[in-house]
Ligand binder design. Structure first.
Ligand code: XMP
Length: 519
């Protein structure tokens, strides 16, 4: 089949100086419908030229321009005639290299700060002269390099934005990419359209074309194994790889029996029947429940499920003959989280095994086509790949599945109770059209029984806890203020329809101090 020609598109690159949220810059640029990639700050100028970018963004970073060995760029970069936007460290670097004065600030400026625009130039065109921006820096540009105009200042930063229009060099001390700079995207848009002359032409369709080509180029004649978990990310990965190399993809779906009601069938229907993917569905519920027998400690459950998953995965994968690549649905926030977990020595609150994770012993090269994307971008991708909405809009779901929502021992009977109650909750939220408004909604089965009365009979049965939270990213969360009538209906249906349950309680804890899951 002839390769489809790559759609013509403008590219802007971010040179990465190591700030934790640099991908946000790329994401904002893509939101402005301009394709954006991140490259290391040390990328040689010749390689930058080969990419033919319409603009370059120098990102923020943790270093001080005065620290020995701090990352830099060759002076030549500023003379290429390609528009450049420096952000935070990127601005200080530009200031220092081009002959301005950069000093350590008397006080670190951190958080929301009022910005006064003195001269709008191209960057602040159409914006208010008084704006709120997000600052996080130690060094400041005290006086700009020759030929630069000061565009804005704050109380403690005399040069909070500057530009040299003829050389198309611009810089801001604040972070336009974060949500705490509410109009920051306008500054980015002004840079992209006004300074770089980009066209707003990029969309997820282009990403698909681009990735399909990239996967074909990488995989060549090799064979790809993809672990399907039932979630959005692995589904998008499989569908994307399938579009690129349909004959060379095998999907392995290890069904540990701890998914929500109806979800395994949906995965099989979508991939085996709709996409005609080669899909091996391993029904391993008994195996997992056997391993979990008598186990009540949450971390032990996680460990057992994670290890067993890898064992089953390896066992089946070895039957497929030689495989060269493992396709994984790693997203950008996963990359940040693992980096943070690896570097910070932060306390482990819960170990988050991602089922579908890489068996360490397998000699496979990784294929991670979603790596630069955020969850909502993946959902757009799913829609364009023809994945059904039930999967595309699926809420985050923990790898160890319902095992960590059954407090205490996981048994067939307790799994039945939880799945049934959970199914009712989801059905009611769907009917109320609230599924997309909440981050997660689910049932928890505590390990206690409570007294109730049914007819004239005393009952002594389980309560179900209803957990519905709103959140941006799962790191913090609040309980959802559901309408009373909806709570009433869920409570009455769960207590009446689920055998073994006589009570429903609503969890009104926020995270912190609680967590989203109970275990
Ligand atoms: P917590 O309970 O820590 O959850 O507030 C934050 C988010 O992570 C999910 N979660 C997990 N995901 N394996 C996973 O893959 C796990 O062991 C795990 N524990 C929690 C949780 O559902 C929420 O979205």
């Amino acid at each position: 089949m002839p390769e489809r020609k790559s759609p013509k598109r403008d590219l802007v690159i971010v040179l990465d100086f190591g700030a934790q949220y640099n991908q946000l810059i790329a994401r904002r640029v893509r939101e402005c419908r301009v394709y954006c990639e991140i490259h290391p700050s040390g990328t040689p100028v010749a390689d930058v030229l080969k990419l033919n970018p319409k603009g370059i963004i120098l990102s923020g970073g943790p270093s001080s321009v005065y620290s020995p060995g701090s990352p830099s760029v060759p002076m030549r970069l500023f003379n290429l005639g390609i528009p450049i936007l420096g952000i935070c460290y990127g601005m200080q670097l530009m200031g220092r290299l081009l002959g301005g004065e950069v000093i350590a600030a008397a006080t670190r400026e951190y958080g929301k700060t009022e910005l006064h625009v003195r001269e709008p130039g191209m960057l602040f065109k159409g914006l208010n002269p008084q704006l709120i921006c997000w600052m996080s820096h130690g060094d400041v540009v005290k006086s700009p390099p020759p030929g630069f105009t000061v565009l804005a200042q704050t109380r403690s930063t005399p040069v909070a934005a500057m530009s040299h229009d003829r050389r198309k060099l611009h810089a801001v001390q604040f972070h336009p990419e974060v949500v705490h700079t509410p109009w920051g995207i306008e500054v980015i848009r002004n840079f992209l359209y006004g300074v770089c002359g980009c066209e707003p032409s990029w969309d997820m369709g282009n990403y698909i074309d681009f990735m399909v080509k990239d996967i074909r180029r990488t995989v060549k004649e090799g064979r790809v194994l993809c672990a399907l978990s039932g979630g959005v990310d692995s589904a998008a990965t499989a569908a994307l790889v399938h579009r690129a190399v349909p004959d060379r993809l095998t999907c392995l779906f290890v069904d540990h029996g701890l998914l929500r009601d109806g979800e395994p069938e949906q995965v099989v229907r979508t991939f085996r029947h709709n996409f005609k993917t080669r899909l091996v569905h391993v029904r391993a519920k008994e195996r997992f429940l056997g391993k979990l027998r008598g186990v009540t400690d949450p971390e032990k459950k996680r460990l057992i499920i994670g290890n067993e998953f890898i064992r089953v995965f390896e066992e089946y994968a070895s039957r497929f003959g030689r495989m060269d690549f493992l396709a994984q649905g790693t997203l950008y926030p996963d990359v940040i989280e693992s980096a943070a977990a690896g570097a910070g020595g932060a306390a482990t609150i819960k170990t988050h095994h991602n089922v579908g994770g890489l068996p360490a012993g397998m000699k496979l090269k990784l294929l991670e086509p979603l790596r630069p994307l955020f969850k909502d971008e993946v959902r757009t991708l799913c829609e364009q790949l023809g994945i059904p909405p039930e999967i595309t809009w699926r809420q985050p779901f923990p790898g160890p599945g319902l095992a960590i929502r059954i407090i205490g021992e996981v048994t067939e009977e307790r799994l039945r109770i939880l799945k049934h109650a959970d199914g009712i909750i989801l059905e009611e939220l769907r009917n109320a059209n609230l599924m997309r408004d909440v981050w997660q909604a689910f049932a928890v089965l505590p390990a206690v029984r409570t007294v109730g009365v049914m007819g004239d009979q005393r009952s002594y049965e389980y309560p179900i806890a209803l957990r519905v939270v709103t959140s941006q990213d799962g790191m913090t969360a609040d309980w959802a203020r559901l309408p009373w009538e909806l709570l009433e209906r869920i409570s009455s249906r769960v207590a009446n329809e689920v055998k073994g349950v006589n009570r429903l309680v609503y969890d009104i804890s926020s995270k912190p101090p609680s967590t989203i899951e109970w275990e």
